[in-house]
Design a protein around this ligand. Structure first.
Ligand code: LMR
Length: 398
């Protein structure tokens, strides 16, 4: 049976973790996988997470099954975190299931969409997170592209995006990134969210929002402005969330798939369909991450502490963006890198070729995704000069 298999290429993002670990160069710089790092290169457990985890472990009385939808305290708290003030107005039409990470949420969403409409297609922006292609493709959803980022202008190509979306219809699901676009770091303005919302109403397509970085751009509420607008104005919406980055719970695999329906009755049918979908994939989610997030979000003190820790991560990323753009200019790197300061969140599209990325890896032990996507959090005050000089040299070689 197995002899039919061909070796599979390493994952373009996760494969970098192994390559980086194997590199003996003590000066190596990891700008690959999207994991937050402090100025010492560590990914510490947040203090609010540690406290919530200890509280939960002390109070935990059973390890029995939680059920297909996961922890309902977590589901409600996450719904409120996503929708803020809008939640009260739509709560009767909004249903969430806890999932194993944001990727689990996207996979549940994909299978749910195909159960609603076997003729559905998914539209992804060009470019999008590389794994969107694999996971939606594996679920059997046909994938189409709409223009998103213009590499020459280093900006969102809003006209081209809206023109393409104006051709989408009721069988189409349009994937949008809520904030901190992965890989480009370039987000729509509120006016562009309004234009997308108008098109969804006019053309009848369903937005599917991937929200993996709430709080990493401009703040917990500001980063949700687009998704809240859609929830206020549209009859239907899917939002997939992840707590990997904003709670630093990467390996706990905790996320959620939230669906807004046109009526309360439909919302109940949606919830039972989501639960049945989950049952057919992994039966039910693990509980530990949900217990931590649920504890933090329901305790005012812990919530405030977490929100301050998140603000520190966000501020560090924004400071690093300024530092990088200044150091690249000082190192004489060809081109204007001030666009880095306009991008949001963990990633920046550096605008260098896959060959230049390979040279940075081979000559300087600097690791990033071959598209030129870099994890800004991998930069530190200690390595920024080395990084800027290497980029300047590689650019000068062409
Ligand atoms: C990334 O884009 O680097 C992260 O979301 C990690 C992943 O799973 O790809």
């Amino acid at each position: 049976m197995f002899s039919t298999l061909k070796p599979v290429e390493t994952d373009p993002i996760l494969g970098l973790m192994a390559a980086f670990r194997a590199d003996p160069n003590p000066q190596k710089i990891d700008l690959g996988v999207g994991v937050y790092r402090d100025d010492h290169g560590h990914t510490p457990i947040l203090a609010s997470v540690k406290t919530a985890e200890q509280q939960y472990l002390a109070s935990e009385t059973t390890k029995t099954y939680v059920g297909m939808a996961g922890d309902e305290q977590y589901n409600t708290a996450m719904s409120q975190l996503i929708l803020g003030d809008v939640y009260a107005a739509v709560s009767e039409r909004f249903r969430t299931v806890q999932t194993p990470g944001g990727t689990g949420a996207l996979r549940v969403a994909a299978e749910f969409i195909l159960r609603c409409n076997p003729d559905a297609s998914l539209w992804v922006g060009s470019p999008t997170w590389a794994n969107h292609w694999d996971l939606f493709g594996a679920a059997g959803l046909p994938i189409r592209e709409y223009p998103y980022y213009n590499c020459a202008d280093k900006d969102l190509d809003a006209d081209a995006m809206l023109a393409k979306l104006a051709t989408a219809g009721p069988d189409d699901v349009v994937l949008l990134h809520a904030c901190c676009h992965n890989p480009s770091g370039m987000d729509p303005t509120f006016a562009q969210w309004e234009a997308v919302c108008d098109l969804a109403l006019e053309r009848g397509f369903l937005p599917l929002v991937d929200m993996a970085y709430q709080g990493f751009g401009d703040g917990l509420d500001a980063d949700a402005a687009g998704v809240r607008l859609l929830a206020e104005r549209l009859p239907e919406l899917i939002v997939c969330t992840s707590c990997s980055k904003n709670f630093g719970l990467y390996r706990e695999r905790i996320g959620g798939c939230a669906v807004l329906s046109a009526s309360q009755t439909l919302a109940d049918t949606v919830k039972s369909t989501l639960e049945n979908t989950v049952r057919g994939i992994y039966s039910m989610p693990p509980h530990h991450g949900a217990a931590i997030v649920g504890t933090i979000l329901s305790d005012p003190e812990l919530r405030e502490q977490w929100s301050a820790e998140l603000a520190l991560m966000r501020d560090r990323l924004n400071t690093l963006r300024q530092l990088m753009s200044r150091q690249l200019a000082q190192a004489g790197a060809a081109g204007d890198f001030s666009f880095i300061e306009r991008q949001k969140g963990m990633f920046s599209f550096l605008g260098i070729t896959p060959e230049q990325v390979a040279r940075l890896r081979d000559e300087d032990s600097i690791y990033m995704v071959s598209s030129g996507r870099m994890n800004v959090a991998g930069i530190s005050h200690d390595n920024v000069d080395r990084f800027a000089e290497a980029v300047a040299r590689v650019l000068a070689q062409d």
